[in-house]
Design a protein around this ligand. Structure first.
Ligand SMILES: [Zn+2]
Ligand SMILES: [Zn+2]
Length: 285
């Protein structure tokens, strides 16, 4: 059984529509795929409608959090999408995305880069706008060769010249909200150092004590040493260990199913969740 628990669609900053994503997941030989767009569940209905037979969808979202000045992402699985407290927090984060991206465009203009808001909106193509869309605009303008090259201190990395901070939830509050909505909380790519500073282990231990269910270990941004260290930490803190592609379509090079989650861990996630159930494919169109 092949299980990929972290993927993005055009509902946030992926390039596959939700329908394309589930078709591509089936074509990649996956049995289970999670749709975890940034701070939104907007893609779920389309993914469910298109879900091929033999593929199961785990509904979720990736929540933007910040602790002691360090940005981090929490994967929330199988929560009730209508639960009001968590819904309100997702909206607060999402509503901040447009002014934030506009702020980055303004800073880039001040640096002499002729990026326009219309250009960024066109690239986002109706998805919730984010930093990768601004980065793609920089590639289009020939400012940087690749999207990855835009994520440096010179441009859009945290603290970079054109970076604008976003509203991010305290992770302890996020864990409380996820659990309150019947969901399961997993710390995404906790050792992804190239994204900026990482959360220290004592803080992860405190989150575990506050109800964090697991940590994502097998991820493209973790080298072998980081994975070994995180596996040890998970054992020590009694946390589930997940793996995923963090697929973004053609925006990143990683392919669906490049990293996967153990079926026993997946089973435990589905047992703990009470907000929603995995959706088995009925052979969508
Ligand atoms: Zn992430
Ligand atoms: Zn992600």
């Amino acid at each position: 059984m092949r299980i990929d628990l972290h993927c993005h669609s055009t509902a946030s900053d992926g390039t596959d529509t939700p329908a394309e994503l589930v078709r591509n997941a089936a074509a990649a030989g996956l049995d289970v795929v999670a749709l975890t767009d940034h701070d939104t569940t907007r893609g779920h209905a389309e993914a469910i409608a298109a879900l091929p037979a033999g593929l199961t969808l785990v509904t979720g979202a990736e929540l933007s959090c910040r602790i002691d000045g360090v940005s981090m992402h929490l994967l929330a699985y199988l929560f009730d999408p209508e639960e009001p407290a968590l819904l309100a927090e997702r909206e607060l984060v999402r509503d901040d995305r447009v002014p934030r991206a506009q702020g980055m465009v303004a800073k880039l203009n001040a640096l002499g880069v002729p990026v326009t808001w219309e250009q960024v909106e066109r690239i986002a193509a109706g998805g919730s706008v984010g930093r990768p869309h601004v980065a793609t605009a920089l590639v289009e303008l020939g400012v940087v060769p690749t999207v990855g090259d835009a994520f440096t201190k010179e441009w859009l990395a945290d603290g970079g010249r054109a970076h604008v901070k976003k509203h991010e939830t305290d992770p302890f509050e996020a864990i409380r909200l996820i659990k309150g909505a019947g969901g399961v909380a997993v710390f995404a790519h906790p050792a992804a150092a190239k994204r900026g500073r990482t959360v220290p282990e004592p803080a992860i231990a405190a989150m575990a004590a506050a109800g964090l269910d697991g940590i994502e270990v097998d991820h493209m941004d973790h080298d072998a040493d980081a994975r070994t260290r995180l596996r040890g930490l998970a054992k020590e803190l009694d946390l589930l260990v997940t793996g995923s592609s963090d697929y973004h379509g053609s925006r990143k090079t990683v392919s669906l199913g490049a990293y996967t989650t153990d079926p026993e861990v997946y089973g435990e996630i589905t047992r703990r969740a009470t907000g929603a159930f995995p959706v088995p494919g009925a052979g969508g169109v």
